[in-house]
Design a protein around this ligand. Structure first.
Ligand code: THU
Length: 137
């Protein structure tokens, strides 16, 4: 799938951002190996730590619908700054449960200005299920 299409879906998801506390609107679109796309936005809460990021909203929607194979995620966000918006550490870790090192993370300012990175680049030396269950520790 064309990354530009996935970025457009992420911008569409961003419209539903519930972010009254930070005013930082984030959208994500997760492409599954079967071609389906799951969209997510950030959902804040008066009890700040309960906030759910856009990437995890998309991931949890997909996993809860039975999806297990993932190709790529597009992420867009802003807090008034014209910068690329990178997934936080918690989202990188959540993605690593289901996505391999070559899973693509597309961070975009707009459909024509984006960067493609891999999960391996954004989360090197990750703590994952191989570490927990397949090694003596
Ligand atoms: N946020 C995301 O949606 N994704 C990230 O990867 C980092 C942060 C949201 C959470 C919160 O609603 C706002 O951005 C400011 O932290």
């Amino acid at each position: 799938m064309d990354y530009k299409e996935l970025i457009k879906e992420a911008f569409d998801a961003q419209k539903n951002s519930y972010s009254p506390y930070s005013s930082c609107k984030v959208g994500a679109a997760l492409l599954c190996k079967d071609g389906r796309i799951y969209k997510g936005c950030n959902i804040e809460n008066a009890s700040f730590s309960l906030t759910n990021c856009a990437e995890r909203t998309a991931l949890f929607k997909a996993v809860s619908e039975g999806e297990r194979g993932f190709e790529a995620i597009a992420v867009v966000g802003n807090n008034g700054q014209d910068e690329l918006f990178f997934p936080c550490g918690a989202c990188r870790q959540a993605l690593s449960e289901f996505c391999g090192k070559d899973f693509k993370i597309i961070v975009a300012k707009c459909v024509d200005e984006y960067k493609v990175l891999t999960l391996g680049e954004l989360l090197p030396f990750s703590f994952d299920k191989e570490v927990v269950y397949e090694k003596d520790c």
